[in-house]
Write a protein that binds this ligand. Structure first.
Ligand SMILES: Cc1cc2nc3c(=O)[nH]c(=O)nc-3n(C[C@H](O)[C@H](O)[C@H](O)COP(=O)(O)OP(=O)(O)OC[C@H]3O[C@@H](n4cnc5c(N)ncnc54)[C@H](O)[C@@H]3O)c2cc1C
Length: 238
């Protein structure tokens, strides 16, 4: 539900929010002109964080948008968001304005179900909106000694962000429409190399790229695919 009348969101907030912890902005950092990391403090002990977990945040009187927890340390009450400031839109504007000391209400934490301990090999594809998921799953890969490869399609100004986030095994591609071309995707090493034929592919970010990547995998292997478009050109929220 990306939008609803103000009174509906007011009622939901009145009934639900008092039961959920408050999040207070502790730190913010611009990793590029359009990628912001926001660190929150709060009492998150009752939240069950899994890789890719996300929340619905009320970003205006009538709009709600989804954001993932990039990092969580429930014991010490820390949670990070990594947000794409992609333009003058309710979610992007709200995240851009968040500053140290601001308080926001959490929503129920929703699990992504992208990670399963029984699988040991992963390919993760996404864009700026997928960086939080990438960070949350990366720590689990390292802990469990999994094999993994990240593919990111990023704007030129964001190409160094994966390095700033200390991710490993990543390839950055220019956001030039290549991931809208199934034939081009079919030639990528993660599709061609035998090694990745039994990997789990986790595809998020631009819904058009996700859909095309999914088709390319399906036409080339029997690999397991978990896909979730995070935004669709011309559509508000998802
Ligand atoms: C499960 C889930 C987890 C998500 N996690 C994150 C996260 O951790 N960080 C994050 O930044 N985003 C995340 N997103 C994506 C975010 O919710 C969307 O980008 C959302 O549309 C932003 O809201 P907005 O109000 O800024 O733009 P909207 O009002 O929703 O959209 C306005 C216009 O901008 C376009 N648009 C939306 N997002 C982008 C974008 N990133 N780049 C270019 N154009 C865009 C839309 O297609 C539309 O045309 C997540 C989405 C989902 C579903």
């Amino acid at each position: 539900m990306p939008n609803a009348p103000k009174w509906v969101l007011d009622v939901v907030e009145k009934i639900l929010i008092p039961k959920l912890p408050l999040m207070k902005v502790a730190e913010t950092a611009l990793l590029s002109p359009s990628v912001k990391r926001i660190r929150f403090y709060g009492d998150f002990k009752k939240l069950n964080f899994k890789p890719g977990s996300y929340m619905d945040i009320r970003v205006s009187d009538t709009e709600v948008r989804r954001y993932s927890a990039a990092f969580s340390d429930a014991k010490n009450g820390i949670m990070d968001f990594i947000v794409h400031l992609h333009g003058a839109h309710p979610g992007s504007d709200y995240m851009k304005k968040l500053n140290v000391g601001d308080k926001i209400s959490t929503s129920i934490l929703k699990p992504h179900k992208c990670y399963n301990e029984s699988s040991k090999k992963y390919v993760i594809f996404g864009d700026e909106t997928s960086l939080a998921l990438a960070c949350s799953i990366f720590s689990v890969f390292k802990k469990n000694n999994d094999e993994f490869q990240f593919y990111f399609e990023l704007d030129e100004e964001n190409k160094n962000v994966p390095q700033l986030l200390q991710l490993e095994n990543y390839t950055v591609f220019a956001k030039d429409g290549s991931f809208g071309n199934e034939k081009w995707i079919q030639n990528l090493p993660v599709i061609q190399e035998e090694k990745w034929k039994d990997a789990v592919f986790i595809l998020t970010g631009n819904a058009k790229s996700v859909q095309t990547f999914r088709k390319a995998i399906k036409n080339n292997s029997a690999a397991k695919i978990i896909s979730h478009g995070y935004w669709l050109k011309g559509k508000k929220g998802l």
